[in-house]
Each structure stands twice: as C-alpha cells, then as structure tokens.
Design a protein around this ligand. Structure first.
Ligand SMILES: NC(=O)c1ccc[n+]([C@@H]2O[C@H](COP(=O)([O-])OP(=O)(O)OC[C@H]3O[C@@H](n4cnc5c(N)ncnc54)[C@H](O)[C@@H]3O)[C@@H](O)[C@H]2O)c1
Length: 432
C-alpha cells in the first residue's frame, strides 16, 4: 500500500473524526467521511464546520477537494481499505461506555472483507478482543486518540506518541496505520490491543487524578494560608511531577475525562477490582464544582434573589463543547439556592442554550456583569482578562468576583475595588 495516496475512510465526523479526516487530507490522502447525522453531512458538504475548533474550518476548506462526506457505508467500503472508527462512546447509566455505535460500525463491515478497522473511539480494555471474537477475520487495530479540544489540529499533527495496538493476524493493517502516521513524527508505541486500549483510559484517568489532586491541595491551602499557584509552580519544576494539569480550579469536565474515568472505574469493578483512587478523583471533582456556592455565600449571605453572572460556560476555552461542563452543575446549584443566573460565553451560547433553559444568556461579558451581585469566572476565555474591570466594577450591584480558574490578576482586581476570591489563594492581609 502506498501511504502517500492511500484512501482513508473515517466513520463518525465529530471532534475526533472531523479532525482526523481533515488532517489526513492535509497529508495528501483522499478521504471518504461518513456520519449517520444527515444534517451534519449536509453542512459539511457546504463547507460549514459544525464545531468550534481553531483552524479547522480553514484547513477543511483548503483540503475540500480531497474529502467526500457521505451517509453511505457502501461508498466508504468501495473507496477505501482502511477505516478509522471515530464514533462517540458516551457513558451509560451504569457508568460503563456505551459501545452500541461502535458495534453498529463493526456490523456493517462484511464478513471476509479485506478492510481494516482502526479504533480511534475510546473503548474499555477488552473491546477489541470481544469484537474479534465475534468477527475473527476482521483486521483490527487500536489507535486511541489523544487530541485536546481547542488545540486538536496541533495535537493531531504533532503527537507526543502514536499508540498502535495489534493482535495476531492484523499486523499488515497495523503497518499501514504506522505508515499513515509516520510523517507526523512522535514516538510509535506498538503494543497489543488490550494494552493500547488501557493506555488511553489510564492516561486520561491519570490527568484527571492530577487535577483532583491539585484541587485538594488548593482546598487545604485555603485552610492554611498557602497559595496554590506558588505551590503548583514549586511542584511542577520537579521533572518527576511536571507543570501541566496542576492548575487548581472548579473541576474538570468535557466529553472525555468524566466518562473515561468512570469507564475505567466500571471496567475495574466489572472485573472484580475496586479502584479506590478513582472513586476519590470523581468525588473530589464533583465537590469542587459546588465549592463556589460556599464562597459566594461567604460574601453575599443567602443567594436567594441574588443575580450571579457566569463568565464562560464551555468546559474549557477555545471550544463550544458543553459536555459535562462545570457550568452545568454550578448554574443548577445556584438556581437551587434561589439565585438568578445570567451567563455569557463567546462561542458556546448556542450549544449551552438548550442545556441551560432557565439561564439568561447575555450578548457580552459587560452585559452579563451589569447589575450583578457577583461574578464567577467559569471558563478562562482570554477576552475576560482584557475587560475594563474598573468600568465593570461601577456597573455591578456589588463587586464580588470568584475566579474559578485563578485566571485573572488578583492584585489588579483588588486595586480596582473588587472583592476577589480565587481557588486555593490566600485572603489579602486586610481581608478584602
Ligand atoms: N472529543 C475529544 O476531545 C476526544 C479526544 C480523544 C478521544 N475521544 C474519543 O473519540 C470518540 C469520538 O469522540 P467525539 O468527541 O469526536 O464524539 P462526537 O460526539 O463529537 O462525534 C461522534 C460522531 O459519530 C457519529 N456517529 C454516531 N454513530 C455513528 C455510526 N453508527 N456511524 C457513523 N457515524 C456515527 C455522530 O453522529 C457524531 O457526529 C469518543 O470515543 C471519545 O471518547 C474524544
């Protein structure tokens, strides 16, 4: 197979699929990309990108000649021999991963076909083995995806590592995957399918653990007068620890960490092992989202009828993804306390509106803050650091600011007359 021109099939064009399709097209491959969502396929055919991901629309436009969007699996199978499965694997009520979409893709690959299926969807360890038990002839490769929303193209094009999991009988397919990724650099980790699947879950669980760990340190800092930013800086310079994922805040969210941590916990439980550490990671994260309420009450007393402005709704900046965003729990808790919630997000308003029907959506940060009794910075969008905070202070009913991501300049805000409260930061000596 000539990796230079090998046609690539992509099944499921959400965040992972659309980035995979676009980036492989950029590397020169003809792409046939399938989704069951006809509306999405129609939009993509018109060149309209359905998600907010920096640089994606431009790269897609540049490579539009090489990408065909379709709803027909027949078209994908006819044009390609290698299919990347990028469908969603959301959590079920039990916390396990829902593999029904993956199973439906597998079922559409004919018995005895020469197609190789490359699993990019995040699946529990053991999924590949179970798929091959049902379809022993299927050429199957596990190639988990590690991209981050907000920098997905950069991550795809410059991977730290590419994990290629393969079991006996699919080696040629794994070689083809390696050839596709070879121009991108990044260490190639060739391993068995079960280990590849576990690398993905364990990586996300570890990162989530790091976040919950620093959040607990932040909570202890609040009791002892230490500053978590200083603590994280001092810890992160230790090469054994590393500086990333040591930013205290109001908890992790998004489509991956919550579901993957839960899937790993359930996978362990289903195999008879009680994964105690992950229980704590999950619980700390849930409590962290709620700690803002106590902070607001400390400054305002009862929150009944108080107007609280949320700055940012998306689970992180540079995305409009609202899946498991901390803002969802926070706004529900605020409303539960009787507060009136107004919110602004530069790009997530549309995706948030249906999930937060009782939240008033403002057209700008200043509009959200006008008349508010307090503001909570939920997502660290750069535009929030550029606000004219002195002017904002004048427009608020009371100048209370809870910085849920330790993103803003606490000294400047205090100098502008704000009561500033971050996460794991000490109160100033004069108690303002
Ligand atoms: N989003 C991320 O940052 C990220 C990062 C790494 C890994 N992952 C994993 O990648 C997988 C996909 O995640 P995502 O965020 O891209 O999901 P997504 O929900 O954004 O996209 C999934 C797409 O698959 C389509 N689909 C569902 N069933 C289908 C079927 N039978 N045939 C064709 N298309 C179908 C859906 O319509 C949707 O467009 C998940 O397993 C996720 O855990 C996601």
């Amino acid at each position: 197979m000539d990796a230079e021109r090998e046609a690539v099939g992509v099944v499921g064009v959400g965040w992972v699929g659309l980035v995979t399709a676009t980036c492989f097209a950029e590397l020169g491959h003809p792409i046939v990309a399938l989704d069951v969502n006809e509306e999405k396929v129609e939009s993509l055919r018109r060149g309209e990108v359905t998600i907010h991901e920096p640089g994606l629309a431009e790269l897609l436009e540049k490579n539009s000649e090489r990408i065909t969007f379709t709803t027909s699996m027949g078209e994908v199978l006819a044009a390609t021999r290698i299919l990347f499965c990028c469908v969603d694997t959301p959590p079920t009520y039990s916390g396990d991963a829902d593999l029904s979409r993956v199973r439906s893709v597998v079922a559409q690959i004919p018995e005895g076909s020469e197609h190789a299926l490359v699993m990019k969807s995040t699946v529990p360890s053991g999924t590949g083995a179970s798929i091959r038990r049902d379809k022993p002839d299927l050429r199957y490769v596990s190639c988990p995806e590690f991209l981050k929303e907000g920098s997905a193209i950069e991550d795809f094009m410059h991977p730290d590592r590419v994990v290629v999991g393969v079991d006996e009988g699919s080696e040629e397919a794994a070689d083809a995957v390696e050839r596709l990724y070879q121009p991108l650099g990044g260490e190639m980790v060739r391993t068995d399918v079960a280990s590849a699947e576990m690398i993905k879950l364990a990586s996300n669980a570890f990162l989530a653990t790091k976040i919950s760990f620093i959040n607990e340190i932040a909570n202890v800092c609040e009791q002892t007068g230490a500053d978590v930013i200083e603590v994280a800086r001092g810890m992160g310079l230790d090469e054994r620890i590393g500086a990333s994922f040591l930013r205290a805040g109001i908890g992790y969210g998004g489509s991956c960490f919550p579901k993957d941590v839960s899937a790993l916990k359930q996978l362990a439980g289903n195999s008879g092992y009680h994964f105690q550490l992950l229980n704590a990671v999950i619980e700390v994260n849930e409590l962290q989202k709620r700690r803002v309420i106590a902070k607001l009450e400390k400054h305002l007393g009862s929150l009944a009828d108080k107007r609280i402005a949320l700055l940012g709704l998306a689970f992180k900046p540079d995305t409009d993804d609202m899946r498991e965003a901390s803002s969802l729990v926070l706004s529900a808790r605020l409303q539960g306390e009787g507060a009136e919630v107004v919110a602004y997000d530069p790009v997530a308003e549309e995706s948030a509106a249906s999930m937060l029907p009782d939240v008033e959506m403002a057209s700008s940060a200043t509009a959200a803050l006008e008349g508010a009794d307090a503001a909570v910075l939920v997502t660290e969008w750069p535009e929030f650091s550029e606000l004219d905070w002195a002017m904002v202070r004048e427009s608020m009913a009371s100048p209370v600011l809870i910085d849920g991501r330790n993103y803003l300049d606490s000294d400047a805000l205090r100098a502008a007359g704000f009561v500033y409260d971050g996460i794991g930061r000490p109160d100033p000596p004069d108690g303002t």
